[in-house]
Design a protein around this ligand. Sequence first.
Ligand SMILES: *Cc1c(COP(=O)(O)O)cnc(C)c1O
Length: 458
Amino acid sequence: MEYLSTRNKKLSFNFKEIFLRGLAPEGGLFIPKNIKRYNKSEIQKLSKLSYTDLAIEIIFEFCNPEINKNILRNLIKKSYKDFNKKEVIDIKKLGNINLIELYHGPTLAFKDIAMQVLGNMYDELNISSSNKINIVVATSGDTGSAAIAALNDRKNINVFVLHPHNKISKIQRKIMTTIGSSNVYNIAIKGTFDDCQKIVKEMFADNTFREKINMSGVNSINWARIVCQIVYYFYSYFKFNNKKVNFVVPTGNFGDVFAGYVAKKMGLPIDKLIVATNENDILERVINTGEYKPGKVKPSLSPSMDVQISSNFERLLFYVLNEDDKKVLRFMNDLKSKGSFSLNQEQIDIIKEDFSAKKINDDETVEIIKKFSNDYGFIIDPHTATAVGASKVIKDNSEILVLGTAHPYKFLETVKMATSQEIETPKQIEHLMDKKEKYDILENKTTDIKNYILEKLS
Ligand SMILES: *Cc1c(COP(=O)(O)O)cnc(C)c1O
């Protein structure tokens, strides 16, 4: 499959190249040149498949021919064999909500679903066979743990994980920092997630540094992650065949919900994608008013959504602007020089054909967790709670599919405060509770992080 950059359509890459690089030259994001659109009978056939077989079909569309289908089949089976559910995800009906539980992987958040596949892709694409690879990843708590679980102890790969110091949950930090593998380095940055993401982007943009350390990335700007997330939109849609289906998605970097948009582009007849945000509401604002203006990150009870620079929105922008790379570049330059850009009414209307958005603040989040527990005896995590809250924008009687993005145990303090209930420790992480943590605290300065990495590699 051929890929281009959102900021320069003349550049052309194959899957292996975009997988390794993560970010396109000049700061653009990779996007497929053509997205396969299934017809009705093809979709009908897909609806009969198991989760892993469906994953094989869909992911193959995006990595053909760089990964052959037999290799992909083994890779996917290996990736999902240790999930707590045989069908990878689970769907529960709770009142008028259909909860899509995406958190049955090794680190209890939906990010495992893509990251486990990426870990195996590094091996299968033989990327790390000759040259040691250094993966640098920014995390708001869940990407880092999923990356570490997928990449620890792999040959010829080092992982450097940057998390915002004191701004993630204790369990999130523990899962990352107790791993004890010699190829994993945890760095707490004195700053926010946006600062961590900015450092990683600056390192990618520095060609000399990037090449020197053979740098690769697994943040949600890596297209391969989005591809893996398309699968559960199809899989869960098929449980409600022939009904009007809306997905409600707790959103930060716009990766997960963008996967839903690609599923729609591939022919899956989703009605609307509803973006749920916390008080870091840049996406709610851009969808409802057209203004994309990052503010200061406010720490919230749903830390994995504490994002103001929502990187994957650039991919949607590319489609909203009719795939005009020059226009995307102009918007992004405006963002850099003026601190914002604005969409006109026509562009907002295009977005609103597919998306709605609602912001849920911390007080509402706590209330939602409490009420859900009282009504259904079921505990949801604070991220999932924002989506349950945002589902109120759906006024008709269509099916509401809420993406459950994390296990409540990962945000124990908040959940206890809301419900006064204890939660059993999930068996995936029982063993790490008494282990010793290891991480370094560094200043929010790109040069400091570069020097740290170079020192560790010498
Ligand atoms: C990462 C994350 C999100 C946000 O996902 P994006 O792809 O960044 O929009 C939501 N909930 C949880 C639990 C997460 O870990």
